[in-house]
Design a protein around this ligand. Structure first.
Ligand SMILES: [Zn+2]
Length: 346
């Protein structure tokens, strides 16, 4: 957890050590050909990549003042229409980032810039690159071109091949202390005191998630539904549990979409179970879901072993069941079955 505060026009909460590093390389004209922005989801890695790209194309002459936010390059970058900035990511219905996507990406980066500025390619979620895509990308990284910058964002850079890691500048994003998120939400994002308190805790150190909770009402409503569904799962009869799973997963969710949805739901349930454990250990002041304390208390009364035993052993059993469901998902078990595994275990 970092303690430093935002002083610049850096658009994300926390992780200012990364801003300082990038600003320095820009000022010294010492920009690398490729970067890996690594760290847990929702720390603002993609926003940071866009901000750095904007700094590179900005027309202001003075390094430290870039991005100026006023020149035409900045205005285009902010609207995601700058012709020298490309972003690729895995399409929602696809298994990975394909070799064709990477070839297009490389072709675009190799064309000379219209304004003779930098050309920047951002690969969001580089852990999703297919094997062929990695090989195609490697060739480009082995022969870096002047004024071409590639930024890979990844939640776990160990998942990338060593050949890519060794050719890139690695920047690590860290979780942000919840009091920093709390204060920033009030100061710069018009949060009320209760919003700041709930969302800074709920986001567990991930500022982009705190903002998503605040700004995306539908996202927060869905989150609430998943929290409540967990309690519902433990209380109704088996048939009701199965139809509850159908409801939360969405009847239309198929393929990779359904896998992603199920993984997200199990994630929330795992975090709720972690909170149950903290309550059991009398560490309730550390829980993430303080905003859902009523639901947690109800949940705590329902978590029993098949023998009826409650308490620590029952919670540990739940942790194991959820872990098993995650493993099923990773092993390509049907997402509905992975969730049903939780339903049948009580
Ligand atoms: Zn500018």
């Amino acid at each position: 957890m970092e303690k430093s505060k935002n002083k610049s026009n850096w658009p994300i909460i926390g992780n200012s050590h990364i801003f300082e590093f990038l600003a320095k390389s820009l000022a010294k004209n010492n920009v690398s050909g490729s970067y890996i922005f690594t760290g847990p989801a929702n720390l603002g890695k993609t926003t940071a990549a866009h901000f750095f790209a904007q700094s590179l194309v900005c027309e202001a002459s003075d390094g430290p003042k870039r991005p100026c936010g006023k020149c035409s390059a900045c205005l285009q970058a902010v609207r995601n229409i700058h012709s020298d900035i490309y972003l690729i990511k895995k399409e929602p219905d696809k298994k990975n980032i394909s070799v064709d996507q990477i070839r297009d990406f490389i072709r675009n980066l190799s064309m000379s810039s219209f304004l003779n500025s930098y050309k920047i390619g951002i690969i969001k979620g580089a852990e999703n690159l297919s094997e062929g895509a990695v090989n195609a990308l490697l060739k480009t990284l082995e022969e870096p071109k002047i004024k071409v910058v590639i930024i890979l964002t990844v939640t776990d850079f160990e998942a990338l091949p060593k050949t890519i890691i060794s050719r890139s500048q690695i920047l690590r994003f860290r979780a942000v202390a919840s009091d920093i998120i709390h204060d920033e939400l009030i100061k710069n994002h018009k949060a009320s005191r209760s919003q700041a308190k709930n969302f800074s805790r709920l986001s567990a150190g991930r500022p982009a998630l705190a903002l998503k909770f605040m700004e995306d009402k539908e996202y927060y409503e869905n989150y609430k539904t998943y929290v409540k569904s967990f309690a519902g799962l433990l209380d109704s009869n088996l048939n009701d549990r199965f139809s509850a799973i159908e409801d939360i997963l969405g009847a239309e969710a198929r393929g990779q979409e359904a896998v992603k949805a199920a993984a997200g739901i199990i994630d929330i349930w795992q975090n709720l179970t972690r909170d149950l454990m903290l309550m059991e250990l009398n560490l309730a002041d550390l829980i993430q879901h303080e905003a859902f304390i009523k639901e947690l208390e109800a949940l705590k009364n329902k978590v029993n072993l098949p023998t009826g035993q409650a308490g620590l052993k029952a919670i540990l059993n739940l942790i194991n069941v959820l872990k098993q469901s995650r493993e099923y998902l990773a092993a390509n078990v049907n997402p509905k079955l992975a969730l049903e595994n939780v339903a049948v275990s009580f």
